[in-house]
Design a binder for this molecule. Structure first.
Ligand SMILES: C[S@@+](CC[C@H](N)C(=O)[O-])C[C@H]1O[C@@H](n2cnc3c(N)ncnc32)[C@H](O)[C@@H]1O
Length: 236
């Protein structure tokens, strides 16, 4: 079942898969690579190399996971937007990583996997988009085996007040203008992105959602002056 938010999110993302990677790189000043490398380094602490990447989008993080894991490892990318998943599949195939990944059209809040089958689970730049974050962590925790790591990486509100002034100008002013220069769809997507970041949960709030789902030692780590925040915990 798709609620109004899921339908809205899917309609936004179904129009933007081709330019997504370029715009993410430009708008993050290429920091997105560092953020993904950090997530991959956290997930690698698990022996079970079956990795779940929720809201995988165009598969940028899934590709990094696929490169990092051994031949026994495997990545499963889940998304509710078919065109994103198709782009992800093409990306990994074109990089010779096609046989290390599979793609599932599903919602993060209701995963079609048995319990404790993954070694680790991630959701990157997408927690703001899901309709129910608690339910999403419930599903991530349920499908992750004991000792596995559950990770959320998402945009956040930087703590420094002076930096915030410039950053919010960039986010709410320049972002949508950049977007409209590319297309109408991107104008809408980037103006949604800016507004959703202003409403984003703090790292502590995300850690508390994780703790409620049986994830130990859940805690936030700020990256790039607090522009993004990684939160991770270990399945009890
Ligand atoms: C900003 S993209 C992030 C893509 C990728 N994880 C990254 O780090 O580049 C957000 C993705 O989340 C997906 N998404 C949003 N809500 C979702 C949900 N409830 N379940 C599954 N996927 C969802 C969208 O379809 C979109 O592909």
């Amino acid at each position: 079942m798709f609620d109004a938010k899921a339908r809205y999110v899917r309609s936004l993302f179904s129009k933007v898969p081709l330019e997504y990677d370029i715009l993410l790189g430009l708008l993050s000043f290429a920091q997105d690579r560092r953020w993904r490398a950090y997530v991959v380094s956290l997930a690698r602490s698990s022996d079970n190399e079956l990795v779940l990447d929720l809201a995988t989008g165009t598969g940028l993080l899934a590709a990094d996971f696929a490169r990092a894991i051994s031949d026994r490892g495997y990545v499963v990318g889940v998304d509710l937007t078919l065109s994103m998943l198709k782009t992800a599949r093409t990306r990994l195939q074109s990089k010779g990583l096609g046989d290390k990944a599979d793609w599932v059209l599903a919602r993060a809040e209701n995963l079609p996997f048995r319990s404790e089958c993954f070694g680790s689970a991630s959701i990157s730049l997408a927690l703001r988009n899901v309709s129910d974050a608690q339910c999403t962590f419930h599903e991530m925790s349920r499908t992750t085996g004991r000792g596995g790591v559950v990770i959320s990486l998402d945009f956040a509100r930087p703590p420094n007040h002076l930096f915030r002034i410039f950053y919010y100008d960039y986010l709410l002013g320049l972002f949508p203008v950049f977007g409209r220069m590319v297309s109408d769809a991107w104008g809408k997507t980037l103006s949604y992105l800016g507004r959703s970041i202003l409403r984003a949960r703090t790292g502590e709030q995300i850690a508390s959602l994780m703790s409620r789902e049986g994830l130990d030692n859940a805690h936030p780590v700020s990256l790039t002056a607090g522009v993004v925040c990684a939160v991770y915990g270990t399945k009890r």
